[in-house]
Write a protein that binds this ligand. Sequence first.
Ligand SMILES: Cc1cc2nc3c(=O)[nH]c(=O)nc-3n(C[C@H](O)[C@H](O)[C@H](O)COP(=O)(O)OP(=O)(O)OC[C@H]3O[C@@H](n4cnc5c(N)ncnc54)[C@H](O)[C@@H]3O)c2cc1C
Length: 387
Amino acid sequence: MDFQLSAQQRELIDATRRVCEGKLRALAQEADTPERVASLRRDMAHQGLLGLNMPQQYGGVGLPLLDTLLLIQIIQSVDAKLGGLTHRTSTGAVGAVLELGTDAQREQFVGGVARGEIGISIGITEPDAGSAATAMTTRARIDGDQVVLNGQKIFISAVKDNHYTLVYCRFGNTGRASDIGAVLVPHDAPGFACSSGTLNMAGERQYELFFSDCRVPRANVLAEGSAFAKLISVYNAERLGSIARMLGSAQAAYEYALGYAKERKQFGRELADFQGMQWMLAEMKVKLEAAQLLTWRAASNANAGLPSPLETSVAKVYVAQAAKEICDDAIQVLGGYGYMTEYPVEARYREVRGGSIYGGTMQIHKNMIASHILGRKLSQWPTGTKE
Ligand SMILES: Cc1cc2nc3c(=O)[nH]c(=O)nc-3n(C[C@H](O)[C@H](O)[C@H](O)COP(=O)(O)OP(=O)(O)OC[C@H]3O[C@@H](n4cnc5c(N)ncnc54)[C@H](O)[C@@H]3O)c2cc1C
């Protein structure tokens, strides 16, 4: 067990921070249209900031999962849009394509994402299947060399900036999780429609997707059922990517508050001279370090890129809570200025708040941890209604 980052990892973090703090941050802050996001994506690919953990064979950087998370964290600490792009193109849907896809699919989708040519969203949630994801009803039917989808998704991230959604859907009629597979649906497919989106509290949009006899080439099917367990085990890497984003936002809020406490004076002294402030800063530091260690453990122990479900859930529950508290304390350190949008810490709180909800809510992850420590399956369904 080694609790030190290597000199090489530290250099990589510093170099990545320098690259992002330059032109890229300015471009990210102006990237408010799909065209500008596409241009930013190409610039990031040029700098080697996409597909961090994807194999070099498919145009990725080929980093281990831990190094990938370290870089997602530092990139997110510079700018949330940059952090989102690195996360989604590294630990996002591409992970599922790499794990379950054919060589042709890997070349097209992993390669396309790593080269900055395309982006892929993930479509799991439905209006009546949120935490109970396996209650999804979106259906897929093979029809010759095509697959036909019918159904609806909700709360899907980054759809307007992306070109495909990896849609989880049912191929069978048993009502069991084993019916569930996944299809890469292009956003220009006939029968596909996307809402104009709902603004979330972090200033991003979540989209509703509608599939009405939506026809897609059969070559875009990633798995025809019997894939839910595998898809979710890959999804744990996605969860760690979004956890690293929360760490990046919390780190930025902590660093800003620390600097501010050494500058701002009241009662003729720096805020940092007051013990009430010192303890608050100390607690922020403790939470940030504990949160990082749980995340890094889950990444270090990942077997062939697939993290343990238990270690992922433990990291998720702790980091989501710690990140909210760190950002909330950062607002408090800045007093009235912390609550104002001209200062960066309130936005950091809004960025991390969603982490307690997406990728499985805190309560669902606690259910999974409890199931593990009690050694029994804790079905949430009324007795006898589902497996
Ligand atoms: C910012 C953001 C981005 C998202 N991006 C995506 C995306 O890209 N793709 C995608 O597919 N989805 C996405 N989602 C959807 C997200 O995964 C769901 O919101 C989440 O799974 C919860 O589902 P729900 O909103 O329907 O809440 P519900 O399932 O209705 O839950 C409501 C409340 O009840 C609690 N609850 C439910 N069941 C239980 C239980 N058994 N035990 C204890 N408590 C329970 C929940 O924890 C929650 O507090 C995103 C959501 C957000 C907020």
